[in-house]
Design a protein around this ligand. Structure first.
Ligand code: ADP
Ligand code: G6P
Length: 739
């Protein structure tokens, strides 16, 4: 049976060796805690780093380590101390983590760490290749392994690969500062599906794809030469049942079975019945805004002194990445802040802050969640923040208030929480006051909605949605009505071609026979193309027509002396056998005076765009503009034009990075049909790459072989991926019939 291979830097457990005996402790962090539930459900293998360096694993314990990991459905990638340093502490946590969380000033760009990152990513990819069977699905996780998808794809082109990023993807302006930005993007594009927590991260990623790699993106599909990569947002959920059941069990525990921590919490509650507990739980990370939160707490106590001796802040900071200097500095800063605030504000009966710097067992986490009246989570930037969701899930009587930073991914789905800007101390102080005062009825009504949502969109649903989308993506080609022209299909077409008595072929030029160029005048035919067209034109009982939106002057200059048949300006002009162009359609051009100034105003406001004037149409090209901006302007132009031309017999065509205005009674379909009906053809073929070619695909008879270049939605029967494939196919027509 096919299995899923989960691959991440962290495994669900971290191994430790004490006096020769191995122990496994659960990993903290959203990725490990969330995926753990998914992993325990299905048939999967989790590959990752054990937490121990190669140097720390004695040879004679190797098998025991493997066995300990196997108990958790896991298998290890071996990393040396040097690799951990460059890959994990280095590139992952001193370059990518700060950069993707908008801490640009903390980001270090070290070539040596990047080299180690690449080498270690290759190790992870090799580990997958070693363990994966043919039909297995590969699910790669997080920023430590962004190059893995491409590395696996190179060796196993047919494998289904998904990638999920658990942290934010920053805006293009931030991401572009990374020296290895193109390599990182292209590493990710080895996937079939790339998932993010929120639509904003997805949008940022697609913007970088367009601007840095210049790839075509349509909605959330990225078009590569031979594949489509889908990008989507899947907000990660939690194992809701696990948290809510744990809370219920916890509340029904007899007093003597309660934990020490719970007993202490109870004691304090009993001594000051109207006291409130505020809870803050995070890994000790600068992105979590813990130091700011402490300052904001002090600000709150000074603004609302009535809460002194009544409110307690419980801070649980889990040690994290303590070899990275920024984390060491932060630890020091927090220690000092807690010391100072407690020193300045504490009274004999009251300590304003209880501070724990450690990892806690699950039961204690539940003690805290269920005992605290308010959860106060103020990350400066956070991919998701599962703690916010876990707190809500444990509130079995539906009381409790969640104050959450709007910079956390989870804020998108938790609108019923009190959302704050972590930099606005005034707002934070007022919100804590409001939370303390909030009537239970309001607390319950807010949490009711939140709980229903979290229960429904739990981590299992999240993983299933991702997996379904990944398998759909794999099966996508058949889902397209259009089929890729395989060798077999091509052979059948060639057989039909040879069996026919009279054949007609329509060939679009730009994007089909020749590539695009920033200046359309420069996309002139190369020698190979002339050779191909010469051979095609010489075929007996076969009529070839170049059919293009180009103006007759350019095509005349390029092709007239070659005597190729040509239909230009979308069907206005026709030239056959080297004769001068004659008009195929009678068209008006008085509208051009009116539209030209409109296009000029768009040229003025859109750097890089320009107008191409043809005899009977006007085209606004935006290939050289900033892609996002150009697209935006193109939709704006469409709106403006639609209102302007409402009463004229004009139409607007949206081609490949071009908006063209022309008479409605002219199009390639109508022109092609005129030629087709002029003789008795029994084999018709048409090939083209953009919207203007769709008219041909639609109008030609059903028996015609219609081929689209590229994978966008089309009326054509077949598609091909590249200009090279088009030329290869066309040269098959020039080969002698075999057999
Ligand atoms: P991040 O992934 O950045 O660490 P999240 O809030 O998304 O932040 O996830 C943190 C996860 O770690 C949660 O699932 C939480 O239950 C767990 N966790 C947090 N603090 C502790 C702790 N002290 N002991 C054990 N697990 C913890
Ligand atoms: C975040 C990251 C995870 C990481 C976790 C804990 O949640 O997205 O990839 O595992 O933090 O960090 P650590 O460095 O201990 O793995």
């Amino acid at each position: 049976m096919a299995k899923t291979i989960i691959i991440s830097n962290r495994l669900p457990v971290q191994l430790q060796i004490d006096n020769g005996s191995i122990s496994a402790i659960p990993s903290v962090g959203g990725l490990a805690t969330g995926m753990k539930s998914v992993h325990s459900e299905g048939e999967s293998l989790w590959i990752g780093w054990s937490g121990l360096t190669e140097e720390e694993i004695p040879e004679d314990l190797e098998d025991d380590i493997d066995a300990a990991l196997a108990e958790h459905g896991s298998s290890k990638v071996k990393l040396t101390a040097e690799e951990v340093d460059g890959f994990y502490y280095g590139f992952s946590n001193r370059t990518i983590w700060p950069l993707f969380h908008y801490f640009l000033e903390y980001s270090e760009f070290e070539l040596a760490s990047w080299e180690t990152y690449k080498a270690v990513n290759q190790k992870f990819a090799d580990a997958i290749l070693e363990k994966a069977d043919k039909d297995d699905i590969i699910w790669v996780h997080d920023y430590q392994l962004m190059l893995v998808p491409r590395m696996v794809r190179e060796k196993r082109p047919e494998t289904s690969i998904g990638f999920f990023l658990h942290i934010p993807f920053p805006s293009f302006e931030i991401f572009r500062t990374l020296p290895w930005r193109a390599e990182v993007l292209s590493g990710l594009l080895g996937s079939d599906l790339i998932g993010f927590h929120t639509y904003d991260y997805e949008r940022h990623f697609l913007s970088s794809i367009r601007r840095i790699l210049g790839l075509e993106v349509s909605f959330n599909d990225i078009y590569l030469d031979d594949r489509i990569v889908k990008v989507d947002s899947f907000p990660m959920g939690i194992d809701y049942a696990k948290f809510s059941e744990a809370a219920k069990t916890h509340q029904s525990l007899p007093k003597k079975e309660q934990s020490e921590l719970q007993r202490r919490l109870n004691k304090h509650k009993e001594s000051t019945p109207d006291a409130k507990f505020l809870l803050s739980i995070d890994r000790l990370d600068y992105s979590k805004g813990i130091a700011k939160r402490l300052n904001a707490y002090e600000y709150f106590l000074n603004k609302y002194p009535q809460y002194k001796e009544k409110v307690r802040l419980i801070i649980l900071a889990v040690p994290s990445r303590s070899n990275v200097p920024q984390y060491q500095l932060l630890k020091k800063e927090i220690d000092e802040l807690v010391g100072r605030i407690n020193g300045e504000l504490a009274t004999v009966s009251w300590t304003p802050i209880w501070y724990f710097y450690r990892s806690m067992p699950f039961e204690n986490l539940i003690d805290l969640y269920t005992s605290c009246d308010i959860a106060w989570l103020t990350p400066i930037r956070d991919g998701m923040n599962l703690v916010a969701k876990e707190y809500i899930a444990t509130r079995t009587d539906k009381t409790g208030v969640l104050i959450l930073s709007e910079m956390a991914g989870s804020a998108n789905e938790m609108n019923e929480a009190l959302l704050i800007n972590p930099n606005n101390f005034e707002q934070i102080a007022d919100t804590i006051h409001r939370a303390i005062q909030m009537p239970p009825k309001e607390q319950k009504s807010r949490n009711d909605v939140l709980q229903k949502r979290l229960e429904r969109y739990n981590v299992e649903k999240w993983a299933n949605d991702f997996m379904r989308s990944l398998t759909d993506q794999r099966d996508k080609d058949p889902a397209y009505v259009t089929r890729r022209l395989s060798v077999d299909l091509t052979n059948t077409i060639m057989a039909d071609y040879h069996a026919a008595r009279k054949r007609l072929l329509f060939l679009d030029y730009d994007g089909t026979l020749a590539g695009f160029h920033n200046d359309p005048q420069k996309a002139s035919p190369d020698k190979d193309l002339f050779r191909l067209l010469d051979a095609l034109s010489a075929l007996p009982d076969t009529h070839i027509y170049l059919i293009s939106g180009r103006d007759k002057e350019t095509f005349g200059r390029w092709f007239l002396k070659k005597k190729y048949n040509m239909i230009v300006e979308h069907g206005v002009w026709l030239s056959e056998n080297g004769d001068d162009f004659t008009m195929l359609e009678n068209v008006k051009k008085d509208w051009m005076e009116k539209i030209h100034p409109v296009l000029e105003s768009f040229v003025d406001r859109t750097p890089g765009s320009f107008i191409e004037e043809k005899n009977y149409s006007l085209a606004w090209h935006y290939r050289n503009t900033d892609p996002d901006f150009g697209q935006k302007r193109a939709s704006e132009l469409n709106t403006v034009l639609r209102s302007l031309i409402a009463n004229d017999d004009l139409s607007v065509l949206n081609g490949n990075k071009v908006v063209e205005i022309k008479s409605s009674n002219v199009n390639k379909g109508r022109a092609a049909m005129r030629i087709f009906t002029g003789d008795e053809y029994d084999f018709v073929f048409a090939i083209g790459d953009d919207w203007t070619d769709e008219f041909m695909f639609q109008e030609l008879p059903d028996t015609a072989v219609t081929v689209k270049v590229g994978r966008q939605k089309t009326q054509a029967k077949y598609y091909l991926d590249s200009i090279k494939n088009v030329r290869d196919l066309l040269s098959r027509f020039t080969e002698k019939k075999v057999g």
